[in-house]
Design a protein around this ligand. Structure first.
Ligand code: AMP
Length: 277
């Protein structure tokens, strides 16, 4: 496994890799969810490239950029064990040099949900992913369903900008109590960690009601809210029952539907979702 920092070294190392290249962009502090994307890329591609970059432009001024967890030696050991060929760890200065002023914005898809709670977040995501794609020029790129709106935004952007990259969305990996794996779970105290399983319980309760024939979105949202209300440490930011493509809220569940939520557990903001078919 090779590790590079600069764009020039990246270019040199990429010349030695065979296509198709599978690319996994991450912000590091890796867990089994990230590794599942690497493994999928390993199965489907001749070479696997992973980036580790905590992208400043997708964090709001009051968000956790400075506190975001980092452990590069551990990340590199995990990536090596998973069969990664090349790791790229660009610096903020190289990605956003003085004078940088060009942004990629995806419109309607970023208005609700995370986009509403985190203004500017998806502009930062779409811009950095475009830059990472341009530098690595992969044939395939792997993203997690865990960040469902991000996945939808990247897919839309790739289509709209005619990027010749296949976007592969991989299932959410969960802890044994259902909590979606996330680098931010490391912020949770033991009591908060126990409470955090309420997100998946709320999503599961709504999914079970849907399986039993409940198609009214309002009722499914209420089931999620009531489950969350049963956990004193949970402060919901939003719960949503939306069309899985457009991410617009629906009245009735018909076709592919996304149940999603953002919940604060203490000072930690967690998101999760599941698809209803
Ligand atoms: P991040 O480092 O949080 O930016 O995540 C990098 C990639 O890993 C994104 O495509 C995420 O959606 C994906 N990811 C994060 N958590 C999980 C998980 N629990 N299961 C599957 N993929 C995940």
């Amino acid at each position: 496994m090779r590790t590079v920092v600069g764009h020039a070294d990246l270019k040199t190392e990429l010349k030695g890799l065979e296509a198709p290249i599978g690319f996994v962009p991450t912000m590091g502090f890796l867990h089994a969810g990230h590794i599942s994307l690497v493994q999928r890329a390993r199965q489907e591609c001749r070479a696997v490239v992973v980036s580790i970059f905590v992208n400043p432009s997708q964090f709001g001024p009051k968000e956790d950029l400075a506190a975001y967890p980092r452990d590069l030696p551990r990340d590199l050991a995990m990536l090596k064990a998973a069969g990664t060929d090349l790791v790229w760890t660009p610096t903020p200065e190289s990605m956003y040099p003085p004078g940088f002023q060009t942004w990629v914005t995806v419109e309607a898809l970023t208005c609700g949900l995370e986009g509403e709670q985190r203004p500017g977040h998806f502009r930062g995501v779409a811009t950095v992913v475009t830059k990472l794609f341009n530098a690595v020029a992969p044939q395939r790129a792997y993203f997690g369903q865990k960040d469902a709106q991000q996945a939808a935004v990247i897919r839309r952007m790739t289509r709209d900008l005619d990027l010749p990259i296949e976007i592969v969305i991989c299932p959410t990996l969960r802890e044994s109590d259902g909590l979606a794996m996330s680098s931010r779970n490391s912020y949770l105290s033991p009591a908060e960690r126990t409470a955090a399983s309420v997100l998946y319980r709320a999503l599961s309760a709504a999914r079970d009601a849907h399986t039993q024939g409940e198609h009214r979105a309002e009722v499914l949202r209420r089931i999620m809210q009531e489950t969350l209300a049963g956990e004193p440490l949970a402060e919901p930011e939003y719960v949503s029952c939306a069309d899985a493509e457009s991410l617009q809220e629906v009245e009735q569940v018909s076709g592919k539907t996304l149940l999603s939520m953002a919940v604060r557990i203490g000072r930690t903001r967690l998101i999760d979702n599941i698809n209803l078919d």
